[in-house]
Design a binder for this molecule. Structure first.
Ligand SMILES: *Cc1c(COP(=O)(O)O)cnc(C)c1O
Length: 440
């Protein structure tokens, strides 16, 4: 379908194509996660158990994870001052509590990619180690894989990925730590400091003039031609997805600790920035498995790179890209600069996602400053997209209708809202100052 046909058939696409900020409520939303999906709660449990087996190894390879026993997890922090700021500056008075899930501070990779990316490298390494006798079984001591012998073994293999930045950091750091030859194929818009950071840690960075799609295609072709190479496929990987999904059971414990109940009387609203879809999709899937219709998950995307929204609205899924409707795919939110959504994730989210909210790049920096000034917390521009979800929940008419249609109007004072801060820790001080002063 060309632009003309898309905008005629789907009125919202006309506004999307004009780069307007929109709020979309998913008409296909169904109750829980109980419908037939290719992945199940057992798959998420399997991923969780695998991460537990690897915890002793992570303590050895990344001593910064020792305080959590080798579990890479982030804090959940209530941010009342940010909540007040949204009300004061943006007329977005949110009923209920506002919390920040601080994946922006995750160990090793400093972004949500530490969940999926590291999990996939570990899963592949477990397979190799079991097949080649480095591990005798899944009850063996995985800390062995930090030995010189294991490093020598892994150094015969390559680990490759195409990335706009953060996935490359996650895959690159974990792979290099195990001894792999790590190669990250990066798009031109990836930040220079991320490339420098990877190179400083022994990762090979290959740069492409074109966009993310090109970096992925070339990386994949190169890897497929080499039997000793493994390619992490951001668009289709079930392993990445499951690594992200493990976040839910951990969040559940943190919510209990914070005195937040999630049930029919106490709805949970979650706002997650979306690029290709894997990270927000995995987290959302895990949350739907746990909380069913009591959790309401919204993705947030930049107006110029709202690929998941376009795929869902048109039903074309990965058969459409933002360039098809005349958008650029370019955004200051480098973690979200993706033109075509994951078809796999689009399929899973079709009946699970409550809706989508898009925002202009200028707002990313407004929210970044708001968070810093009100809470003294830092998150990168991509991550700050999450706040636009919270703001929409407070004041967008579409969200008000959604809340009414779900019988939640009276319950919103008891609601909890989570803005999922997806990255930030590794942003250098110098760059942080630039972000804090950027006004578009
Ligand atoms: C990758 C990324 C996302 C989105 O994840 P996808 O899997 O691409 O949808 C969001 N925020 C940041 C900071 C990221 O790096």
């Amino acid at each position: 379908m060309d632009r003309e046909e898309l905008t005629t058939r789907f009125p919202l696409v006309r506004r999307i194509a004009a780069a307007e900020e929109v709020v979309w409520i998913n008409p296909s939303l169904r109750g829980g996660a109980e419908r037939e999906l290719e992945l199940t709660a057992a798959d998420v449990r399997d991923a969780s158990e695998r991460l537990a087996r690897f915890a002793p190894l992570l303590v050895r390879l990344f001593p910064e994870t020792a305080d959590r026993g080798g579990v890479i997890e982030s804090e959940l922090t209530e941010i009342p001052a940010m909540r007040a700021r949204l009300a004061e500056r943006w007329d977005a008075a949110l009923p209920g509590r506002l919390l920040l899930k601080r994946d922006s501070d995750l160990a090793v990779a400093g972004s949500v990619k530490a969940r999926g990316g590291i999990y996939e490298v570990l899963k592949h390494s477990e397979t190799l180690a079991l097949e080649n006798g480095l591990l005798t079984g899944t009850d063996d001591d995985y800390a062995k894989l930090a030995s010189a012998e294991a490093r020598e073994f892994f150094s015969r293999y390559k680990m490759q990925v195409g990335s706009t930045g953060n996935l490359g950091v996650s895959i690159g750091m974990m792979s290099a730590a195990l001894g792999y030859r790590a190669i990250v194929h990066m798009s031109a818009d990836a930040k220079q400091w991320k490339k420098d950071y990877l190179r400083a840690h022994g990762v090979t960075v290959v740069e492409y003039a074109g966009d993310y799609g090109k970096a992925v295609a070339q990386g994949r072709a190169e890897s497929d031609a080499d039997p000793m190479s493994y390619f992490v496929d951001d668009e289709n990987s079930r392993d990445l997805f499951l690594g992200y999904a493990v976040a839910a059971e951990r969040l559940d414990r943190q919510l209990s600790g914070a005195g937040v109940t999630v049930d029919a009387e106490h709805p949970l609203f979650v706002y997650i920035p979306c690029g290709v879809g894997g990270a927000p999709g995995g987290v959302a899937f895990g949350l739907k498995l746990l909380y069913g219709e009591n959790v309401h998950v919204f993705f947030v995307e930049p107006t110029q790179a709202c690929c998941m929204l376009l795929g869902l609205v048109t039903g074309l899924n990965s058969g459409v890209c933002v360039q098809d409707v005349g958008l650029t795919g370019l955004t200051h939110a480098d973690g979200l600069a993706v033109g075509r959504p994951s078809g796999f994730v689009g399929g899973v989210m079709r009946e699970l996602l409550s809706g989508e909210i898009t925002l202009s790049d200028a707002r990313l920096y407004d929210y970044l400053r708001d968070l810093w000034e009100s809470e003294r917390l830092f998150a990168e521009p991509s991550a700050c997209a999450a706040f636009h979800g919270a703001a929409a929940a407070a004041c967008a008419p579409e969200l008000r209708d959604y809340i009414g249609a779900h019988g939640l109007t009276e319950r919103m004072e008891r609601a909890a809202h989570i803005a999922w801060a997806t990255g930030g820790r590794l942003v250098p001080e110098e760059q942080r100052r630039v972000f804090l002063e950027t006004r578009l």
